[in-house]
Design a protein around this ligand. Structure first.
Ligand code: 8YV
Length: 316
């Protein structure tokens, strides 16, 4: 940390080292997550902070922003804004930026990875070979992916990237979103229930936040075909996790591929105990290449803010 530099950035949670180094070489960087007494730190230093950098999954609490009277930017390392109160930031004229565009492909890749891993039993197969069971037993049959129906919940950039990949697997693509998207040649469903009912794989790519909280509830799970899989690469808050666990335990659906959870990093023991679930630790954008690009986008936005230039990735 260079305490001489009056341009100060507050880091809410750890980010990749490259970004931390780059920020530290240009600005005074304070790490909130390392403060033993967060309240005392904010009282003492809050007035010096001009920009906040945080992760999409962590965001920043209003109680923190309230202690930063001179902050003008929240730069999110990610695309999810659900952990930032945008009404509040707007009311204070604090700009918010995201790492738009650069993580789309990785998230779509992981969605397909979870879908394939679930249907084709990749984790079971791996264990089967490692444990030497192949020597004495025939592997069990899996579920075909090609030709099946994929229902995408949320047809933004990530949803569309998943649709393109699924088309490459000869899947029939259906989706739901607030409205039909013009020039998209996939089957639109007006509501989540129709989509869930019609899909062999239901993939969540919608944004988090209050409006979508608990969208995949017991009713949705109950209308899904018994052979269907649920894949979530969006936010844990979109799924009623207790209802999902019950549905998986009772074989209401065939399985789930999850990268996100309601209370990360706490994954319910009931989910961990289930065989018909593939679990990932919120890593959809976690490749060297994408994290590098995300770092560059965050840095460029912070730099533009301090230079008084227009912010390349500001949201409305
Ligand atoms: C990141 C994310 O994993 O983009 C988002 O909103 O949740 C993810 O890409 C996260 O922001 C970094 O930890």
């Amino acid at each position: 940390m260079n305490s001489e530099n009056p341009r100060a950035v507050l880091l809410i949670a750890p980010v990749v080292e490259g970004l931390l180094d780059k920020l530290s070489s240009a600005y005074s960087v304070y790490r909130l997550y390392e403060q033993q007494d967060e309240a005392a730190f904010l009282r003492e230093r809050g007035v010096n902070i001009h920009a906040v950098v945080t992760r999409g999954d962590v965001g920043v609490k209003n109680t923190v922003l309230e202690q930063l009277p001179n902050v003008g930017l929240v730069a999110i390392f990610g695309v999810g804004t659900d952990a930032v109160d945008l009404e509040y930031t707007r009311s204070r004229k604090i700009a918010v930026t995201i790492t738009s565009g650069v993580l789309t492909n990785d998230v779509a890749d992981l969605a397909m990875g979870l879908l394939l891993a679930g249907a084709r039993q990749l984790c079971h197969g791996d264990k089967f070979v490692r444990e030497g069971r192949w020597l004495t037993t025939a592997p069990s049959l899996a579920t075909q992916v090609s030709g099946k129906r994929i229902g995408i919940v949320g047809m933004g950039n990530i949803g569309q990237a998943i649709a393109r990949r699924a088309s490459g697997f000869d899947m029939q693509v259906l989706y739901t979103d607030r409205k039909r998207i013009e020039n998209l040649d996939y089957q639109w469903c007006a509501d989540i229930y129709t989509l869930a009912h019609e899909s062999d794989f239901l993939v969540i790519a919608a944004s988090g936040g209050a409006a979508n909280r608990g969208m995949i509830d017991a009713t949705v799970l109950n209308v899904m075909p018994r052979h269907a899989w649920l894949i979530n690469v969006a936010r844990g808050s979109l799924v009623d996790e207790k209802a999902l666990i019950r549905a998986l335990q009772n074989h209401v659906i065939a399985g789930a591929g999850l990268d996100v959870y309601e209370e990360e990093p706490h994954v319910p023991a009931e989910l961990i105990a289930l065989e018909n679930v593939i679990l990932q630790p919120h890593v959809a954008s976690a490749t060297h290449e994408t994290r590098q690009k995300m770092s560059e986008v965050v840095f460029d936005n912070v730099a533009a803010y301090f230079d008084g230039a227009s912010l390349p990735n500001a949201i409305e």
